[in-house]
Design a protein around this ligand. Structure first.
Ligand code: FAD
Length: 286
């Protein structure tokens, strides 16, 4: 199933992001996580992609295959392009096609000093055009309610996003954020620019103090005062931070749902209890 079909006739999605475990041995433990996540019947599960690996030893594809074949849930495979050439992207596409995987989150990937860039793709939109010209995948793309860290201004950022959508991106998944107003403002900018594909907000319940610091440096997400107060108060109390972080995320999600958002994409951090608590919290909310 193509993810874009979900939104036809006003449908909404609930989806999860997971990442492949770093060590091969842990790949088996992911089954316990998938057992819970898939029992919650998400519309799709997206699997992150680490740049620099080859197609044959790619854990992302292995995990996506498992999600599809064993759990019968639709996988979305993240694929970055900055460190690959067309031949390598063709190789990935071929493996995905063979596995019956129909959805790709097409990403540029981060600029990294340790992996040389290749010449074929400079931006995600380059890979979107390439894939759309050759294959029949449903293409999703990334977007940034607080703008991408490399962007100089919001106007250019929206122009580039419009180009990515015009190249064939059918659904946008957002970077995480803690202030819904930033997402609503971003959606308004998209609407002014006639970007009319579903824009799915990415929500990460923050339940660990170490995670908070990493999030700030990685994603440049700003903290509203209400959230900052929770962090300051419960940073050193694991259980309290878990409860408060979950409640905060739930209040964000409910506000998004009553504001006619097209869906919710949950950054699970491979913690099935997070997904379970969120699903319980919105069980009767549509
Ligand atoms: P692009 O859309 O190419 O944008 C990158 C920057 O270039 C932006 O500042 C944009 O405004 C600018 N730009 C775009 N087009 C042009 C143009 N034509 N001219 C000039 N400037 C332009 N990374 C991973 O490595 N693996 C993952 O699995 C992964 N999953 C992600 C999932 C989500 C939902 C999100 C939001 C991000 C994810 N990332 C992942 C991170 C992502 O790779 C980085 O944020 C990366 O720096 C940008 O990728 P992009 O696809 O958004 O790039």
């Amino acid at each position: 199933m193509k993810v874009s079909d979900i939104y036809k006739n006003g449908g909404k999605s609930l989806s999860f992001e997971i990442f492949p475990p770093k060590k091969d041995a842990e790949l088996n433990n992911i089954d316990d996580t998938l057992d819970v996540l898939c029992e919650l019947r998400p519309d799709f599960i997206s699997v992150t992609f680490g740049a620099g690996g080859s197609c044959n030893c790619n854990k992302t594809i292995e995990l996506a295959r498992k999600i599809k074949d064993r759990y019968h849930v639709e996988p979305v495979v993240h694929l970055t392009c900055l460190h690959y050439n067309k031949k390598e992207i063709d190789e990935f596409a071929g493996v995905l096609k063979e596995a019956g995987i129909e959805n790709i989150l097409a990403l540029r990937g981060d600029i990294r000093a340790d992996i040389p860039e290749k010449d074929d793709f400079s931006y995600a939109s380059d890979m979107v055009s390439y894939l759309k010209g050759k294959y029949d995948f449903c293409i999703l793309g990334a977007c940034y309610p607080e703008t991408h860290p490399e962007s100089e201004n919001v106007v250019d950022e929206i122009k580039h996003l419009k180009k990515k959508v015009n190249s064939g991106t059918e659904v946008l998944l957002s970077q995480l954020f803690f202030d819904n107003n930033l997402f609503y403002d971003f959606k308004e900018r998209c609407s002014i620019a006639d970007i009319d594909v579903p824009i799915i907000p990415g929500i990460m319940p923050v339940v660990k103090a170490t995670q908070i610091k990493r999030m700030v440096s990685m994603c440049h997400a700003s903290f509203p005062e209400r959230f900052q107060k929770i962090v300051d108060r419960y940073e050193s109390n694991k259980e309290a931070l878990f409860d408060a972080g979950m409640s905060y995320a739930l209040s964000q999600i409910i506000d998004l749902l009553v504001s006619d958002t097209d869906g919710i994409h949950l950054y699970t951090m491979n913690n099935p209890q997070i997904a379970r608590r969120i699903c319980e919290g919105i069980r009767n909310i549509v």
